[in-house]
Ligand binder design. Structure first.
Ligand code: ADP
Ligand code: MG
Length: 353
């Protein structure tokens, strides 16, 4: 039987736990609050090659969504690789001449160059001609030969990009593509726009890339499903506050030839689909653009290098699923992560500092 004494120890532990949960700040996560549930408004559009759904709550939601849609469309028209009027198209067809870009594009280019350094070259926005050679841009898939790849790689290398304020110069023959970071940055900018328009609670879903504003309207955390790279629904649920959650995986765009699978995330060193033993990476952090850039580059880097980068950083957490189906999560999200019921089988290892 329990003594009074041990009861009070238990109580003290519970209170400590409750306080610990309440002050937890990862991605602005908060404990359950009592904000009244508010009007829900939703808008879905096809943009940036994917379905984008913005759900906003509260009195200002309806007008804010109109502005959010305009924002997404305007970003898409700047960053599209195929739209002949886009800023990226102009850069890619500049034949070595300098081009003027918007403040948002300049900021994203600058950030992309920084991420190239930070990931030791794994993040590379100059791979577009290589991606085209594999047919990922047209869906006319093929496996390019080693000679062809070597030749194409001669024209890549972001260190050849000159960026000065809003003026950018890319050498003739190089073509850039912000596909690995644009949706993440769009999430940041749409979240900012929603807030500017008075929204305190919203969820932006850019083809599975999640960005939230505030908490749920009732003050509780958002529950985000993490998709299984093996095509069996969500394998886990993550509870987050104001945050971005971005996933990259080989299963998103791929083709199979002679029994081998080729996917759309390339190793900048070889020009071939990155085979690092990772099936999917989810990155969690307060900046969507960082999460997006990292989800792609950690996939290229593999588990060990990804863990090392995480240990030397303080601005993201991650969930990695290996090709063997093992799950690794970083300690910052340990308490927010739970396996889905039908996925309680695999072992989850926690990566610690
Ligand atoms: P998705 O856009 O499918 O959600 P990602 O964010 O991982 O997934 O971006 C993949 C896209 O990024 C590819 O389609 C290609 O345009 C581009 N890409 C491929 N490999 C790299 C790389 N190593 N660095 C930067 N961008 C890449
Ligand atoms: Mg990405």
């Amino acid at each position: 039987m329990k003594t009074n004494h041990s009861f009070y120890i238990d109580l003290a532990v519970y209170i400590l736990l409750a306080v610990a949960l309440a002050v937890q700040t990862s991605c602005g996560k908060s404990s359950e609050g009592d904000k009244a549930s508010a009007d829900k408004n939703s808008k879905s559009i096809f943009a940036m090659n994917t379905y984008v759904t913005v759900t906003a709550y509260g009195d200002n939601a309806e007008n804010a969504l109109i502005s959010a849609e305009d924002k997404i469309k305007s970003l898409e028209s700047m960053w599209s690789v195929t739209d002949e009027n886009s800023e990226i198209y102009a850069i890619n067809h500049s034949e070595g001449q300098s081009a003027e870009v918007s403040a948002e594009t300049a900021e994203l280019l600058d950030f992309s160059l920084e991420m190239h350094e930070r990931t030791d070259g794994a993040f590379d926005i100059s791979l577009y001609p290589v991606l085209t050679a594999w047919g990922f841009t047209t869906e006319e898939y093929r496996v390019p030969g080693d000679e062809e790849l070597a030749q194409l790689l001669g024209n890549t290398g972001v260190e050849k990009i000159l960026l000065n304020d809003r003026t950018v110069q890319v050498p003739a023959g190089m073509q850039i593509d912000l596909g690995a970071v644009g949706k993440g940055y769009a999430g940041d900018l749409v979240a900012e726009d929603l807030k500017k328009n008075g929204v305190e609670s919203a969820l932006i879903d850019l083809g599975g890339n999640i960005q939230t504003v505030g908490t749920k309207p009732d003050g509780g955390n958002w529950k985000v499903g993490i998709r299984s790279p093996f095509g069996e629904g969500n394998f886990a649920v993550l509870e987050i506050g104001e945050c971005a959650v971005v996933t990259s995986g080989g299963y998103e765009r791929y083709f199979v030839q002679d029994g081998k699978t080729y996917w759309h995330i390339l190793d900048p060193e070889t020009g071939k689909p990155a085979e690092s033993g990772i099936a999917s990476v989810s990155v969690i952090g307060s900046e969507g653009r960082l999460c997006d850039a990292l989800s792609t580059s950690l996939f290229v880097m593999g588990l060990d290098k990804a863990a090392e980068l995480w240990k030397n950083s303080d601005d993201f957490e991650m969930i990695i699923v290996t090709s063997e189906g093992e799950i690794y999560i970083t300690e910052g999200i340990e308490d927010d992560f739970s396996l889905s019921e039908n996925f309680s089988e695999p072992k989850v290892s926690v990566i610690r500092r």
